[in-house]
Design a protein around this ligand. Structure first.
Ligand code: KIV
Length: 268
């Protein structure tokens, strides 16, 4: 194992991976036990997603997840790993004003996060700038925004229309300029996601966004085949991995090799 493979992953390390063209493997986790498995498999970023509302609370959306629940699961994950960058989601309405964003992000950082993720583009810019000014690393999230599922009318691909695609390109640029150091693109056409990744300096992590991104993220329970109706872009790695450790290792290998997502998991 090289020295770099042991050092904690930082935003600088992620930027270097992008510059070298090495894909970044990201997974969600919600507890210490899985965080340890992910770290051993070489996952670079662990996201405590508010997807925990669906994955472990049995809800049909992320809206009911609270800041206290996010802080609790963030602390659990942070205790289970040392090397991966631990990123915590800001839950629904915890970012409804710049002041709330700063206070609530601070709570997640104190719980053990080393970066926070916020959903949305233009409306998040003052909050992103404020967090950056206070030294809090930020991950943006564009495309399908699960916290806006009712406004969007369902979990649907975003950015197919030219006007939407144009707005997404502009918002990605604005988030980077406001200080975001990582960006998640969820459920957008592969060509659009590849363009954002090529145009932006910060690493772009895709989920349902094709193979042209700088890295990939999946909800851990989708990868383990535990989701009753998994999204079309997900893949059950446990079916062939043989064990949880084997499944996570197979995912990391497939992301690094560029074989996940394949055509079968790519949305047009
Ligand atoms: O909450 C979550 O797990 C996420 C990923 C789907 C990116 O935001």
């Amino acid at each position: 194992m090289t020295a770099d493979a042991q050092k904690p992953v930082t935003v600088t390390a992620l930027a270097k991976l992008k510059a070298r063209g090495e894909r970044i493997a990201v997974l969600t986790a919600y507890d210490a036990a899985f965080a340890e498995v992910l770290e051993k498999a070489g996952v670079e970023v662990i996201l405590i997603g508010d997807s925990l509302g669906m994955a472990i609370q049995g809800r049909d959306s992320t809206l009911a997840v609270t800041l206290e629940q996010m802080a609790y699961h963030t602390a659990c994950v942070a205790r289970g790993c040392r090397r991966p960058l631990v990123v915590a989601d800001m839950p629904f309405l915890s970012d409804s004003s710049t002041e709330r964003t700063l206070l609530n992000a601070g709570r997640l950082m104190q719980a053990g996060a080393r970066m926070v993720k916020l959903e949305g583009g233009a409306r998040q810019l003052p909050g992103v700038a404020q967090l950056a000014a206070h030294g809090i690393p930020v991950c943006g999230h564009l495309g399908l925004l699960p916290q806006s599922v009712h406004r969007l009318g369902g979990y649907r691909v975003q950015g197919r229309a030219e006007r939407e695609a144009h707005r997404l390109l502009e918002e990605a640029q604005a988030l980077e300029e406001a200080g975001a150091q990582l960006l998640v693109l969820e459920c957008v056409p592969a060509a659009l996601a590849a363009r954002v990744s090529a145009e932006r300096e910060i690493p772009v992590i895709g989920i349902g966004a094709g193979g042209g991104c700088d890295g990939q993220v999946l909800v851990l329970y989708d990868l383990l085949g535990l989701t009753p109706r998994p999204p079309a872009f997900a893949k059950d790695f446990l079916a062939r991995g043989g064990s949880i450790e084997g499944a996570v290792a197979a995912y990391v290998e497939a992301v690094k090799a560029g074989t996940f997502p394949s055509e079968a998991q790519t949305l047009a």
